[in-house]
Design a protein around this ligand. Sequence first.
Ligand code: ATP
Ligand code: MG
Ligand code: MG
Ligand code: MG
Length: 562
Amino acid sequence: MRMSQLFVPTLKEDPADAEVISHRLMLRAGMIRKLTAGIYSYLPLGYRSLRKLEQIVREEMDAAGAQEVFLPMVQPAELWIESGRWNLYGTELLRFSDRHKREFCLGPTHEEVITDLVRRDVRSYRDLPLNLYQIQTKFRDEIRPRFGLMRGREFMMKDGYSFDATEQGAEESYRRMQEAYSRIFSRCGLRFRAVEADSGPIGGSFSHEFMVLADTGEDTVVSCDSCQYAANMEKAEVRPCEPVTPAVKGSLTKVSTPGMRTIEEVSQFLKVRPEELIKTLILKTEKSVVAVLIRGDHELNDVKVKNFLNVAELELADERTIQEVTGGPLGFSGPVNLRGITILADNDIRCMGSAVVGANEKDAHLINVNPQADFHVDNFGDFRAAQAGDACPRCDGTLVLSRGIEVGHVFKLGTKYSDAMAATFLDADGKERPMIMGCYGIGVSRTVAAAIEQNHDENGIIFPPPIAPFTVLITPVGAKSSDIESAAEQVYQALWENGIDVLLDDRDERPGVKFKDADLMGIPFRVTIGKKALGERKVELKNRRTGDVTLVALEEIVDAVK
Ligand code: ATP
Ligand code: MG
Ligand code: MG
Ligand code: MG
């Protein structure tokens, strides 16, 4: 490929609306362009990286016994009604109707479609196990799409689903996928960690997330410094804490709305719009508090509400206002003791065990808040979130906290979908049984972004070679001369013939411009062809990551970059 023909519109300046490094660099390196919120076009460089990653994913999935399929993105509402998720999934599911007024959605995930496919054609235990996957565009109407490809609305996912006849088989399928994922992210050259995770709204009995370790990650990883224990913050085992004397006593005076509630119902009950809910909870805190006991997952503005169960109105037993109690109008980060439960926060409400913790600072949940110290929960036992320096729950080691980006997630689903959708088979005794399922996702587009979050410097991207758009960039420099041009051509041909992805910067640009673009694009090797070295039939080879420069004989260049 020749740079003069390649559509790679690099930018000199940082784009104003890009908050994270991968988003900035992908825009600047001409890899992606935004169409509208959370929806991006992949340009040649970006698409090449994506395709390389896809290829690694395909090879490892195939090697693990999975088969590639391609499922429809437009899904009929009936399937989602059957699984019970039509009413549970909320506004992340983009719904619409066709000309006949039939309802559909754009697939955010494909459990329903795959379960429907398999139940129609798989009848016998002899047809199992079965593991099917696809690499496809997903749509999730994320409440706040942000950070470019990291949290898009339209994004690329590899999603796979396993069907087994026995528990043992299902566990084996899960284990194979876990191993395949480890191989995939290792082959990509990424530093990552598999952590224990909650199953969330997809449901199921256990799950692991694959986290690319990067300071800019949205997730917190709790891990042990001496054993293999690692979990995400929501899952991390919470530790009992020292008993505290609550600073303030409150009491639950009435429970206004017992029973299960959704965000919509709560908003009707409080007569506020759903998006104002959290604010209202906080503003209602003059003398009385609306408490939220939660079950099930919801997202409200930027707030993830987990476990939504109930709304209760609480009144403080003493005469002080919540403001006095908490030391501020927003949330409960100060000491407060309400019998029953409550935690209201402006930015986040999180579930911990069966209680809830929040803080009034972004990302401070479970870190700045100390359950039982900051508030008292009578019914749910004594615990607090894991903190750096805590003892490991599995060994004598110490816990450390780090940041991660969720790039993959494996779930053991059990029979959640096969029960709901009657996906059954006949076992060896002719008995009808539900298939035991697992599901396995990789955020393909997010992984490319995560690779950049983890691998960059002040000059641009430092692609791990397996997912770099090109492996080598040739930059002829100096006064235009036929010697330089023909040497560049010779190196280009030699690399190309040896199957190395090579890009030739044949633009009529100054060396400085070429070098800047080379660093920005993050291509692992740069071969500079200039007059001086060429006099000795040598070229300069620069390693993008180490910055090391070596002189290499023309005919040795292929071996040097292999
Ligand atoms: P998150 O917690 O970041 O919202 P999720 O847990 O909702 O992700 P899963 O349902 O587990 O996502 O989907 C499988 C994978 O798809 C995730 O591990 C992630 O890598 C990717 N993914 C999910 N949502 C997005 C998104 N909005 N943009 C890009 N990739 C995404
Ligand atoms: Mg999500
Ligand atoms: Mg997640
Ligand atoms: Mg997940």
